[in-house]
Design a protein around this ligand. Structure first.
Ligand code: AGP
Length: 612
């Protein structure tokens, strides 16, 4: 959701805060702000609606000279995006400055109490209430750290916060509950941030705060404690990626870079995990729960958005190859509908960021019922990765573009590896089939490279349809999730309304939408549903819909039924979703750029949804 950053050290804090906010901007980008304590121990603050670059333009660097500061880039939850509701927020006496990622759920009650105590408010935000509450407790205790702790005990909801106090200008107090927060640690300085992208440029040594923890950062180090005032000692961890991975590497957009890097880095997902001679797949991170997986009465996959689409492909794979009953659940629905769960169930949670609040809540709900919880996660050290019983990292590297692309294909590859690992052990597929699958897997990077070389075909079709008002995406079997994902990608970044459907479902309603203005994308590889999908194409053609077909090379028949064709190499259904989604990633990218949309930071979205 929002991105928060803080710095204390020997260097001037402002450039470090601004650079950090720019790296965190993919988390939320409707307004930004900073507060620093200058060399005269005065607090200087500035906040603005718009991008971090707008904030930067309005800052007089001479005024903002100081070694301690906090910053924020926002995704609005309470109060519309404008200069007033931007963070940092202050108490009524401008003594307490706070940046916050999360939601204070009982802020109205606290606001009423503080108003009766004579406090005044200038914004509609929950965060300003927390600033005044800290001030209220500071008046009572005359101790900044204690004031923050007492206030956090009173609030309900989620937070990642960093606070300054004008009366104690030599420290930053930070705390987390529900929203991610980590420390970058080096001899001379400390950086607090919502994620590693604002830290990697300064140090690789990090420490993750857990829920209910706070830290007091000073010039000579920090103290980690619980909000119940118990000291905590924790090991420093080392980040496993490099700065370059969070930069565009010459591409115009992160999204294009992340689509095009798929052939090279997809091997990270299976390197060292497959014996291509025997076909045996081993995911070390799942060994401790492998018996549970093998003997699972039921597997439940739960996630949100694109990760949910990957989960749906996983359901098809596990049932088809492992013969284990599998269900896919929207995490936000799953956690509130009193799910029937028991100890023989295995719940697989899929999340790129590892911080999505609904998926995290589904994890905790599943654990409460004694189910085994497994994570398929990208961000190393993220909350979901730390809270599951076992898991597998997809190793896609940092994904900065808000519209998920490479994480989707990696998630599917990871689910395919889990499927092969179980099926191989259970013997639900033969050794020959296993070897055939892993040999097909080996061809996947080449297949993707081939599609990337043809990306101009997508660009040309995108030019044709950049002004379309609606789109339909249709697929069958393993390609139904691809249809959903193609539609989501287009919606997210081009703001064109699009729906994904199982192709046969169309006759039961959506076909009413078809006319000469409706482009319909069919995912039509030559698999066992091919003839059926050709009939569906005919139904759309009969109503003058414009047919864009994702079809295999060498399939001449499809030429007779389609207005536009994007060719993809043929593969087995296990990997078909990975291959067939690539042209859809490009199509949405080129339509959105042709419409002048900001593809890396689409309106109203955020990369990691850390509030419910
Ligand atoms: C996908 O492009 C979106 N960014 C969004 O749907 C995303 O997949 C969803 O919010 C889940 O995020 P996660 O994988 O980080 O949990």
């Amino acid at each position: 959701m929002c991105g928060i950053v803080g710095y204390i050290g020997k260097r001037n804090s402002l450039p470090i805060l601004i650079e950090g906010l720019k790296r965190l901007e993919y988390r939320g980008y409707d307004s930004a702000g900073v507060s620093i304590i200058n060399n005269n121990n005065e607090v200087k603050s500035c906040k603005k609606a718009g991008k971090v670059s707008d904030l930067e333009k309005s800052l007089d660097i001479d005024v903002y000279q100081g070694h301690i500061g906090i910053g924020h880039t926002r995704w609005a939850t309470h109060g519309e995006p404008n200069d007033v509701n931007a963070h940092p927020h202050y108490d009524m006496d401008n003594k307490i400055m706070i940046v916050h990622n999360g939601i204070i759920e009982n802020y109205k009650i606290i606001k009423r109490k503080l108003t009766q105590e004579g406090f005044t408010f200038t914004t509609d935000t929950d965060t300003e209430v927390l600033a005044n509450l800290i001030s209220y407790n500071y008046m009572k205790t005359n101790n900044f750290e204690v004031a923050v702790r007492l206030s956090l005990i009173e609030v309900e909801g989620t937070y990642g916060i960093a606070c300054l106090c004008a009366s104690e200008p030599d420290k930053i107090v930070v705390a987390r509950k529900g929203s991610p927060l980590m420390l970058g640690i080096s001899n001379e300085e400390l950086i607090v941030s919502s994620d590693a992208s604002a830290i990697i440029n300064h140090t690789k040594n990090v420490m993750y705060l857990e829920d209910g923890e706070m830290a007091v950062l000073g010039k000579n180090g920090f103290q980690l404690k619980t909000t119940e005032d118990k000291d905590i000692f924790r090991n420093v961890e080392v980040l496993d990626f490099i700065l370059g991975e969070v930069e565009k590497a010459g591409y115009e957009h992160f999204m294009l870079k992340e689509i095009c890097e798929q052939p090279d880095t997809i091997q990270n997902t299976y390197r060292g995990r497959i014996n291509f001679d025997t076909g045996v797949v081993k995911l070390g991170g799942l060994e401790s729960v492998f018996d549970k997986l093998l003997n699972a009465k039921r597997i439940i996959i739960t996630a949100c958005g694109t990760a949910w689409h990957a989960g749906l492909a996983g359901e098809y794979m596990i049932e088809h190859f492992c013969r284990i009953p599998t269900e896919v659940e929207y995490a936000s629905e799953f956690r509130y509908r009193r799910p029937i769960l028991n100890k023989d169930d295995v719940v697989i949670l899929i999340s790129q960021s590892g911080e999505t609040a609904d998926t995290l809540a589904a994890l905790r709900e599943s654990k409460k019922h004694g189910a085994t919880v497994i994570g398929v996660v990208n961000v190393v050290g993220s909350t979901i990765a730390r809270e599951v019983d076992a898991g597998t990292y997809i190793h896609a590297g940092p994904e900065i573009g808000v519209a998920s692309t490479k994480a989707f294909t990696w998630q599917i590859m990871s689910l395919a590896l889990i499927t092969l690992m179980i099926a191989g052990e259970k013997g639900t597929i033969s050794k020959e089939e296993m070897i055939n699958c892993v040999n097909e897997l080996k061809k996947v990077p080449e297949h993707i490279k081939h599609i990337i070389d043809m990306k101009d075909d997508c660009k040309n079709i995108a030019e044709e349809f950049k002004n379309a008002k609606n789109f339909l995406y249709l697929g069958r079997g393993f390609n139904f999730p691809v249809a959903l994902e193609g539609a989501l990608k287009l919606k997210e970044i081009s703001y064109i309304h699009a729906e994904g459907y199982p192709a046969a479902e169309m006759k039961h309603g959506p076909i009413a939408l078809i006319d000469e203005n409706m482009p319909v994308v069919f995912i039509a590889p030559k698999d066992r549903t091919y003839d059926k999908i050709i009939s569906n194409i005919e139904e759309v053609r009969a109503r003058k819909g414009k047919i864009i077909a994702i079809a295999n090379e060498g399939d001449e028949e499809i030429n007779n039924y389609s207005d536009y064709i994007l060719r993809v190499p043929a593969t087995i259904n296990l990997f078909a979703p990975i291959i067939n989604v690539i042209p859809l990633q490009f199509l949405s990218y080129y339509i959105a750029t042709a419409r002048g949309c900001n593809v890396d930071q689409p309106r109203n979205l955020a990369k990691s949804v850390t509030v419910e």
